[in-house]
Design a binder for this molecule. Structure first.
Ligand SMILES: [Zn+2]
Length: 497
């Protein structure tokens, strides 16, 4: 789900004119056209923060990535302009163009260090691919003949998970190369993410069948014929691999860095969604809810050494047919809230939780299916609020280039507005993880000492007070669409919004 980065130049004089000019929201100054398209769209579709973000994490937006080669002045100006909006600028490490990557990334890192901002990195390209087509990484059949698992769309050389010893060294060296380059320059590395998915040990599609046919897998993994045993082994191997090739080399130099990967996070034992490359038929791990084929999911995060959790909250198009709720928005909201709650209640306190988010219908069917009613933007923004009040610390927006403008606006608006509750976001404890099984009233809350910040969203017309029970104390929650309220546990009424 990666996007091509675009690189264009721009002149400092144009930039300074642009900075100095008055720019009403939504009306870009002419000079802003000089930025790479994604950066320009971020600047045009966000406002400077009204409430400071303090020491909380910035907002991560896929389009705010890889701005090209910048002079020190330009890097400082861009980093500063994004920081006014609370948005991180992300640099990319590409092992195939190491020198050029550093020429682009180091000025940004220096600017971030100078301003006291986290140095943020997309390390994805370094991790691909463990399975690189080398015949030594193939499965091996009973007759000793190598074979691939070709069941993953777009990657036909998925191989044997027990062959990756040599490949690990190469991948780890790529990460170490960049880490050492930063270290030599006296630069910090604070945030590194990857979007590493279709590679390494996996249990889905034809992976189990392939392993059962593989002589090496059968020798290495007793109990392989039990899917639960296979899944547990694959997820543990996958976790340990990520530790060895990614989080270990980073944390050896930068122990405090946030390191994480798309879709790797503590969870409640169930995966409520399917990624685009996963066959959605039933499996031995299926757990049904209406027509939804959720899956039992093994532990992986716990083996990775990762220091941040990155769940995924996307309205995948296939979710539509899983439920028959009469309120279209609730088909999406219910599913996404299950996932947000799974991550929220399972992620240890103090561990940053940064969900990937997306509003547009994700992987829409071709041709379009007129029955599918997408989640409305209002409901998506409510979902973001509930995610924050169930433990999310920031968001990471992924979207297609043609979706940038709306996607940026929607997530930035919620995240920026939430900064007014900074004390709750910093120190509040999520206390509600209920997901109503039918459309109705949804409550989420962060408790801070004797106060509680509450979001209420109604999917039916009733606006009667709802009851929140916190440790024996019952609070009556009024309907207040589109707003949060703060209630005191020591008095009957709410104090302020
Ligand atoms: Zn094998």
């Amino acid at each position: 789900m990666r996007l091509p980065s675009k690189r264009t130049g721009f002149s400092l004089s144009c930039f300074l004119v642009w900075v100095a000019s008055c720019r009403p929201f939504g009306q870009p100054p002419p000079a802003a056209q000089e930025w790479p398209a994604g950066i320009r769209q971020v600047l045009e579709n966000t406002r400077p923060l009204t409430w400071p973000r303090g020491k909380r994490l910035p907002l991560y937006l896929w389009p705010a990535m890889s701005p090209g080669v910048l002079t020190a002045e330009r890097a400082e100006a861009l980093v500063g302009e994004l920081d006014r909006r609370g948005v991180a600028l992300i640099s990319s490490w590409e092992p195939g163009r190491r020198k050029e990557s550093l020429e682009e990334a180091l000025p940004v890192a220096r600017a971030q260090k100078k301003r006291g901002l986290p140095v943020s990195i997309n390390a994805n390209a370094c991790l691909y691919s463990l399975f690189n087509g080398d015949p030594a990484t193939a499965h091996i059949d009973a007759a000793g003949k190598p074979f691939w698992d070709t069941s993953f769309e777009g990657k036909k050389d998925m191989g044997c998970p027990f062959t990756l010893e040599e490949r690990r060294k190469e991948i780890r060296e790529r990460i170490s190369f960049f880490i050492e380059a930063y270290h030599r320059q006296g630069l910090p590395v604070d945030f590194l993410f990857a979007d590493w998915e279709i590679d390494g040990p996996l249990e889905w599609n034809g992976a189990w069948e392939s392993s059962r046919k593989c002589r090496r897998c059968r020798e290495q993994l007793p109990g392989l014929d039990d899917f639960a045993v296979f899944q547990k082994a694959m997820r543990e191997m996958r976790g340990r691999l990520q530790k060895e090739i990614f989080s270990d080399p980073v944390r050896a130099r930068y122990p405090g860095a946030l390191v994480g990967n798309y879709a790797v996070y503590p969870h409640d034992g169930t995966r409520y969604w399917f990624d685009y490359f996963e066959n959605r038929g039933e499996s031995p791990a299926t757990v049904k809810d209406r027509k939804a084929p959720y899956r039992r999911w093994a532990r992986e995060f716990e083996f990775t050494g990762y220091t941040m959790a990155m769940p995924v909250l996307y309205p995948w198009s296939w979710t539509w047919d899983w439920y028959d709720f009469p309120v279209p928005d609730y088909r999406w909201f219910y599913n996404l809230l299950l996932e947000a709650s799974s991550a929220g209640k399972s992620t240890p306190p103090g561990m940053p939780l940064i969900p990937f988010v997306h509003w547009h219908l994700t992987v829409p069917p071709t041709p379009p299916d007129p029955r599918i009613v997408s989640i409305r933007s209002e409901a998506y923004q409510e979902l973001l609020w509930h995610a924050l009040l169930r433990g999310a610390d920031s968001f990471f927006l992924w979207c297609l280039p043609e979706e940038n403008e709306e996607e940026i606006r929607l997530v930035h608006t919620v995240w920026a507005e939430a900064q007014q509750y900074g004390e709750f976001l910093d120190k509040g404890i999520p206390v509600v993880f209920d997901v109503p099984g039918q459309p109705g009233t949804v409550l989420s809350a962060l408790q801070l000492d004797r106060r509680v910040l509450v979001r209420r969203t109604d999917f039916l017309s009733s606006r009667a007070p709802a009851e929140l029970n916190l440790g024996g104390k019952k609070i009556s929650i009024a309907s207040d669409p589109g707003r949060c309220r703060i209630y005191s546990l020591d008095s009957a009424g709410d104090r302020t919004r």
